[in-house]
Design a protein around this ligand. Structure first.
Ligand code: ATP
Length: 258
């Protein structure tokens, strides 16, 4: 579904990603792991077209992603959640979810100003979609709650929910359980499995929580200093001495294998 081929990204002399190649098969949970600064989020930023590789190619269902603008990437069926939750904190959960539809709405200003029947219909469809997403996340009771009043765990859920609003084929989740307690982590873990099994999403996951990664991933790619150092099913990766060595010296408790 998604193919990286020899992708290199540089920032003023720093090579953040170096000749990286991997393929994400449709319908799988595919994780990218690696120590801090390995280049994982840079990979997501290339897919979203926020960063431009200096060389290599990225294709999504056979289409060259490099030719698209960020909003076109969303229209093709790729949505993402962010490492640092980026919601409109003073708006309600429902309104935040509705912003997830914005990049794929076609309406022009005039038809909105004239309040044409098609606008009313679109609004109804958008609300139905938001209700569906809230039901999936079990947060219907929070629809009219301001985001700033929610716990961090729920804010993360809304962030994922906003990505779900565009009915993506591929969802990019950047550290979805960072800063969560074990109860919240379990909920997100169940949600990610549901995204795959019930909504047929393909999931590309960046995560430092190794027990989560090893439990739910179909395939794992390990990065270190911008390069792929290992790849395989969770068990293979977990027992790979090169991977264990790359993690030695990591001070973060949550970056340790369990
Ligand atoms: N916009 C940028 N400008 C300059 N350097 C950047 C930029 N974005 C990322 N980098 C650098 O590229 C390298 C890879 O960063 P990246 O955020 O992709 O790592 P990561 O694996 O996601 O790390 P973490 O697990 O800590 O989130 C780092 O050295 C980072 O400082």
């Amino acid at each position: 579904m998604l193919t990286f081929k020899d992708v290199t990204v540089q920032f003023a002399g720093l090579t953040a990603v170096k000749k990286l190649s991997f393929e994400v098969p449709e319908g799988q949970i595919y994780s990218i792991i690696g120590p801090n600064g390995a280049g994982k989020t840079t990979v997501f930023n290339c897919i979203s077209r926020f960063y431009k590789p200096v060389s290599g190619s990225i294709t999504f269902i056979g289409e060259d992603l490099m030719k698209l603008k960020p909003h076109q990437v969303i229209k093709r069926g790729i949505a993402r959640s962010f490492q640092n939750v980026e919601l409109f904190r003073e708006m309600t959960v429902l309104d935040n979810l509705l912003t997830g539809l914005h990049p794929i709405m076609k309406k022009n200003i005039l038809s909105i100003a004239l309040n044409l029947p098609s606008i009313k219909r679109d609004e109804r469809i958008a609300r139905e979609k938001a209700n569906e997403v809230m039901e999936m996340l079990n947060i219907e009771h929070l629809a009219y709650e301001k985001v700033s009043n929610l716990s961090f765990g729920y804010q993360k859920m809304v962030d994922i929910g906003r990505a779900m609003m565009s009915d993506p084929k591929l969802i990019l989740l950047d550290e979805p359980v960072a800063g969560m307690n074990s109860n919240e982590t379990e909920k997100i873990s169940q949600l990610i499995l549901k995204l795959k099994e019930e909504l047929n999403y393909t999931v590309l996951l960046i995560e430092h929580d190794m027990s989560l990664v090893m439990e739910i991933s179909d395939l794992v790619t390990v990065m270190s200093f911008g390069e792929k150092i290992a790849h395989g099913v969770p068990k293979e990766v977990q027992n790979n001495p090169v991977v264990i060595e790359a993690y030695l010296g990591e001070v973060e408790e949550d970056a340790q294998f369990v």
